[in-house]
Ligand binder design. Sequence first.
Ligand SMILES: Cc1cc2nc3c(=O)[nH]c(=O)nc-3n(C[C@H](O)[C@H](O)[C@H](O)COP(=O)(O)OP(=O)(O)OC[C@H]3O[C@@H](n4cnc5c(N)ncnc54)[C@H](O)[C@@H]3O)c2cc1C
Length: 418
Amino acid sequence: MTKCDIAIIGAGPYGLSVTAHLRTIKGLEVCTFGEPMCFWQRNMPTGMLLRSGWVASQIADPNQSLTLETFQTTSRNPISRPVPLDRFIQYGLWYQRQAAPDLDQRKIVRVESHQKGFRLILGDGETVISRRVVVAAGIGSFVRRPPEFADVPPSLASHTSEHRELRQFAGKQVLVIGSGQSALESAALLHEGGAKVEIVARAGRIRWLGGSVSSTLNHGSRLLSRLLYAPTDVGPAGISQLVARPDLLRPLPRSIQNWLRHRSIRPAGAHWLIGRLQNVPTNLGRSIVSAAPVGERVKVSLDDGSKRTIDHVLLGTGYRVDISKYDFLAPELTKAINRFHGYPRLQAGFESSVPGLHFVGAPALWSFGPLMQFVVGTHYASRSLLRHISRKTASGRVRVAESSLGSDDSVLALKHDN
Ligand SMILES: Cc1cc2nc3c(=O)[nH]c(=O)nc-3n(C[C@H](O)[C@H](O)[C@H](O)COP(=O)(O)OP(=O)(O)OC[C@H]3O[C@@H](n4cnc5c(N)ncnc54)[C@H](O)[C@@H]3O)c2cc1C
């Protein structure tokens, strides 16, 4: 049996960033579990480009030394913009080797309450007792599959997250459902890979994200753009500045927070997809009414009465956070967490209503706003957690380097893309 002060479940951008920050607390025993960057390596398509800009794709670290720039210099291999997925994965793995070289890649199969905090059971049966737990397990458990596809096997209708290689669909007819980045980029990659693609989406139009500060703008327009858009690159003009500051967002009435969230993360595609999709037929304002297998193919009916029988349906239908779907959380523990529509209600330091149990990343969105759905949210989350934990443990036993604490304000920590 191993003991630690804080166990971090997850080695994606959030788990790694939180690890790097908490390790600045002298004397604090931090154990981190998970396969590094595995969601990015297994559940996103080859050839993908990051939707977030250069600045917003930096994983926060306490000394600003584990940046994309440093990685680029160290690897002696320039990174193009938008950042390609494979380069971002390499960056994440490099970050992990610096910040968490002793990462334990074993899976946590159970977390339950214990008189000293929490008992974690690993895949091989080993037990870890930890005073606190930070859940940074990502969105992989929250895949959203529309009920219309309940009777269609995954071989005929699959979620975008199930594919690494979309080239397997070359020569096939594929219907892509959705109008978010994942659906649109998958449609572009399928089309470029030789599939016959059609997009169907409920939205009446596709929203394109323009990029906050374009190098093609003149000086005045760039200044205005910088005023309206925070470097965090989440949300439309003006709103972007507000959602970049969770401390300002949190006290607002819930109805306003919900509206801001809706405006910031509604389905949209990066502007660089426009040209790549111009020859892909797009059927907007339409919903799927039914879907059924027909031999080796799938028949889909739309609400305009039209039907098509195609080789495959790719569901770009996103994710719906529901922490009860984290199968490693003991049901009694999940039940004890104060939740709203699947999200834990979090207090300062990303702590849930179960003392010592923290959530970062997408599950923190309801409490800290849309930033938490993106890598850029690591800046606020990690600093906030560091402050909280250092105060809780500061009773003389541990000391934090003051310079690591900085400010929680994500905007102050970042500068715009040039
Ligand atoms: C197609 C697609 C494109 C995206 N593009 C962008 C983008 O351009 N920019 C952006 O900011 N965001 C993007 N996102 C969102 C992105 O997924 C999140 O920003 C990011 O992954 C959040 O990091 P995370 O650390 O919370 O989760 P993840 O990166 O998913 O990491 C989760 C970690 O938890 C570990 N884990 C899970 N369960 C266990 C367990 N039981 N035991 C041990 N370890 C466990 C995993 O091994 C993994 O290490 C995109 C998402 C998708 C689906």
